[in-house]
Ligand binder design. Sequence first.
Ligand code: FAD
Length: 411
Amino acid sequence: MTTGSAAAAGGVSEAVVVVGSGIAGITAAETVRAQGFAGPIIVLGAEPGLPYRRTALSKDILAADLSPERIRLRAAEYWADRGIEIRSESAVASIDTDGRIVRLESGDEIGYRAVLLATGARPHAIANVAATTLRTHDEALALQARLTEIAERGGAVVIVGAGLIGLELAASARDKGIDVTVADTADRPAPRLPRQVSAVLADLHRAHGVDLQLGTSIASVDGATVTLSNGQTRAADLVVAAIGVRANSELAAAAGIAVSDIGIEVDGRQATSTVGIYAAGDAASVLSPFGGRSRAEHWLAAQDQGKAAGAAIAAELAGDDHMPAPLVPHAWTIQFGVNLQFVGWPEASDEAQVEGDPSAGDAVIRFLRDGELTGAVAIGRPPVARAVKAELVERLSDAARDDVAVTAAAR
Ligand SMILES: Cc1cc2nc3c(=O)[nH]c(=O)nc-3n(C[C@H](O)[C@H](O)[C@H](O)COP(=O)(O)OP(=O)(O)OC[C@H]3O[C@@H](n4cnc5c(N)ncnc54)[C@H](O)[C@@H]3O)c2cc1C
């Protein structure tokens, strides 16, 4: 499917080409246009259909309306009105960074002035175990049909991985009466989040009858029986693998762009090591203001990075100076009706202050380092999460302005 007015742009060399039609890619495309770039903008997505809300795929999956019209982000006219061409089922095979050409698997070639790599991530598979994974709309439809059938006959599933997606699936399956076992090698659910959050999630799931098996993994599957590495067996009509993702960074690596195990390395402007090529979203390895790099793996972070990359691309093409706004990670999940939001860098803290009652689903945990806020977890309090994000953005913006002033004064 092709939408938008730049369909004649194939072969031109003044295009902004976005690889990946997820939230990072389309936000960048919208931003480049909104910032005044008048040339062709072409978004190349490997998946069929229009860009959609990936986050809808795991929330209440048995009851959710996952029809394309329901989950798409924008109607076709929206893209056409902005002259943004969305090409679906158009996987990019390679990028010639010397000739500034993007080559599609179809054999088509598109010349570019700037490229954004927003290729996202894909789920890890479990070695030697046939397990279902969930990343795409097509996979969600298949999983929805399978879980509905299992719910109708009172069956059971084993979910490997107690991260947010595994837990969201567990909650929606359990809500429909399916016997759910969640197994994870870690000693707590959502191990990348603060311990206080893991405790809330563990209590929530156990209270709803989810069989949480921690410190264990899947050893084998024999028909409808799963054996865990702790020796326990469970009936399972379906095994779902939700053990994390890896960045789709091969395209970048093959083009000679710096990548690491985390993803495609970018600087504070989302620029990669290759001139004219940017990266954003789950594919990108971004710098943390508290040191190190990370991959966000969250919707709002991918959106923020897409916006930042779009602004940087527009500035580069217009020859303008560009001061990037600081990006503060912000993610959310909903499980058994409880809304949890995560902001900033709790892992960089040396102190946690709890207000409210986490186990009652109504609390905020603020994380501080040397007395300064580094992040927060809001349980049942979404506005607090937004306020903390705004506070962190403001502080980091002030710090960035101070850095610029100090550098200017030193010149
Ligand atoms: C089921 C599910 C539920 C989630 N729920 C939440 C949530 O509640 N809250 C939250 O904060 N986050 C959630 N997330 C995470 C969030 O959806 C992602 O962080 C976000 O979608 C990443 O956006 P992205 O644009 O970087 O990548 P993606 O959305 O992965 O998009 C990348 C696109 O690039 C395409 N692509 C890859 N390679 C090529 C190529 N060579 N050529 C062309 N196209 C290519 C892919 O096919 C894909 O369509 C969820 C994720 C999943 C899977």
